[in-house]
Write a protein that binds this ligand. Structure first.
Ligand SMILES: Cc1cc2nc3c(=O)[nH]c(=O)nc-3n(C[C@H](O)[C@H](O)[C@H](O)COP(=O)(O)OP(=O)(O)OC[C@H]3O[C@@H](n4cnc5c(N)ncnc54)[C@H](O)[C@@H]3O)c2cc1C
Length: 311
C-alpha cells in the first residue's frame, strides 16, 4: 500500500491551505480531490472578503489557490475518498483509485446545500429549482424568480440574480435578514429585490417546469401563490461526510466534526478543517485559517507525537 506522511481529503480553501502549510513544513503531502479543486467558491461570482482581493470571482480565487499549491510542489490527485480506517500510528484512507496509509489525515471535505424539503423541490430540481445562481441565473433574463433563505449567501446571490431577473423575491422566515449589514444594505437599495418576510415555502409548483411557489406566513398562516419561473435555494448547509463511518469521530448536532483549537478530532492523528467541522463561521478565510492550523498540528503530531506545544 502507498505510504505517505500526510493525506488531505478535499481541495477547497481549507484543504489547499493545509497543503501549502504542510508542504512548506517539509511534509510528504498528497491532497485528494474528487472533482475540481476550489470547493464551494467555484459557484460564486463575487468574493469580496478575502483579504488582498477587493473583488475576485470564486473560480479565479480557486485557481490562485491551486497555482500557489502547485508552485510549492504540492501533489494534488483526483480521487474520491470512500472510507477512513484509523490505526495505531497509521491510518488507512480508502479511495476509488487505491488505498493510502498515512501518519496524519486532514479531513476538509466541506459542506453542501441543505434542501428545504418542501413539496415539489426534489421533483423540480434541474427544472427550475437550483442551488447555484452563477450556474443557472442567466436562464432567467427578464423573468421573476425566488430565493429561499436569509443569510449572507441567500442575500448576496439574490443581488447577483438581479443582473438577469426582472424581480427576485427573497422568502425568509423572519422579519429581517441574517446577512451582514453591507449585504442587507445592498439588497435594500436594489429595487428588483422583494423580501417576503415571516414566510416559508410550502410548495414549489409546476408540472414539468417551475411555475410558482406557495408561501405560508408563519405569523398569520395565510397561504399566498406567487407565479415565477425559477427558485434558488440557500437555506444552509450540511457536512459532506457520507463517505465516513458516522460513529468514528465525535460529532456535534447536525453531524459536524468536533475539533479542538488545534483542529484535532477525537482520534489522534486525524484532524478536521474548514466547513466540515463544528464552527460558528463558515467562510473562505476561516477555512483557510483552519487548514493552516491543521497542517501545523499534523506536522507536530508526525514529528513529535504531541500537538499541545506551541508551533
Ligand atoms: C454560493 C456560495 C457563495 C459563497 N460566497 C462566499 C464569499 O463570498 N466569501 C466567503 O468567504 N465564503 C463564501 N462562501 C463559503 C465558502 O465557499 C466556504 O466557507 C469554503 O469554500 C469552505 O471551504 P472548505 O475547504 O472547508 O470546503 P469546500 O469549499 O466545501 O471544499 C470541500 C472539497 O472537498 C471535496 N470533497 C468532498 N468529499 C470528498 C471525497 N469523499 N473525496 C475527495 N474530495 C472530496 C469537494 O469536492 C470540495 O472540493 C460561499 C459559499 C457558497 C456555496
Amino acid at each position: 500500500m502507498e505510504e505517505r506522511e500526510l493525506v488531505i481529503i478535499g481541495g477547497g480553501p481549507s484543504g489547499m491551505t493545509a497543503a501549502i502549510y504542510g508542504k512548506r513544513a517539509g511534509l510528504d503531502v498528497v491532497l485528494l480531490e474528487k472533482s475540481s479543486t476550489g470547493g464551494q467558491i467555484l459557484i460564486t461570482s463575487e468574493v469580496e472578503n478575502w483579504p488582498g482581493e477587493k473583488m475576485i470571482s470564486g473560480p479565479d480565487l480557486g485557481n490562485k489557490f491551486r497555482e500557489h499549491a502547485e508552485h510549492l510542489g504540492c501533489e494534488i490527485r483526483k480521487a474520491t475518498v470512500t472510507g477512513l480506517e484509523p490505526g495505531e500510528g497509521r491510518h488507512v484512507i480508502r479511495t476509488n483509485v487505491g488505498d493510502i496509509s498515512a501518519k496524519a489525515v486532514i479531513i476538509s471535505t466541506g459542506a453542501a446545500f441543505r434542501r428545504v424539503g418542501c413539496k415539489g423541490e426534489a421533483e423540480l430540481t434541474g427544472a427550475g429549482v437550483s442551488y447555484c445562481a452563477v450556474c443557472d441565473g442567466s436562464f432567467y433574463v427578464d423573468e421573476e424568480v425566488a430565493v429561499i433563505g436569509g443569510g449572507n449567501t441567500a442575500v448576496e446571490e439574490a443581488c447577483y440574480l438581479t443582473k438577469f431577473a426582472s424581480k427576485v423575491y427573497v422568502v425568509h422566515r423572519r422579519d429581517k435578514f441574517r446577512a451582514d449589514r453591507m449585504a442587507c444594505a445592498r439588497a435594500a437599495n436594489n429595487p428588483k429585490i422583494v423580501p417576503v418576510w415571516d414566510s416559508v415555502v410550502e410548495s414549489i409548483n409546476g408540472d414539468e417546469l417551475v411555475e410558482g411557489i406557495t408561501v405560508k406566513n408563519v405569523k398569520t398562516n395565510e397561504l399566498t401563490d406567487i407565479p415565477l419561473a425559477g427558485v434558488f435555494v440557500f437555506v444552509g448547509t450540511v457536512p459532506v461526510l457520507g463517505w465516513l463511518d458516522d460513529k468514528l469521530l465525535d460529532r456535534a448536532e447536525g453531524g459536524w466534526i468536533k475539533t479542538g483549537t488545534r483542529m484535532q478530532t477525537s482520534i489522534p492523528g486525524i484532524f478536521a478543517a474548514g466547513d466540515v467541522r463544528d464552527t460558528p463561521l463558515r467562510q473562505v478565510v476561516t477555512a483557510a485559517g483552519d487548514g493552516a492550523m491543521a497542517a501545523m498540528s499534523a506536522e507536530h503530531w508526525i514529528t513529535t507525537g504531541d500537538i499541545t506545544k506551541a508551533f
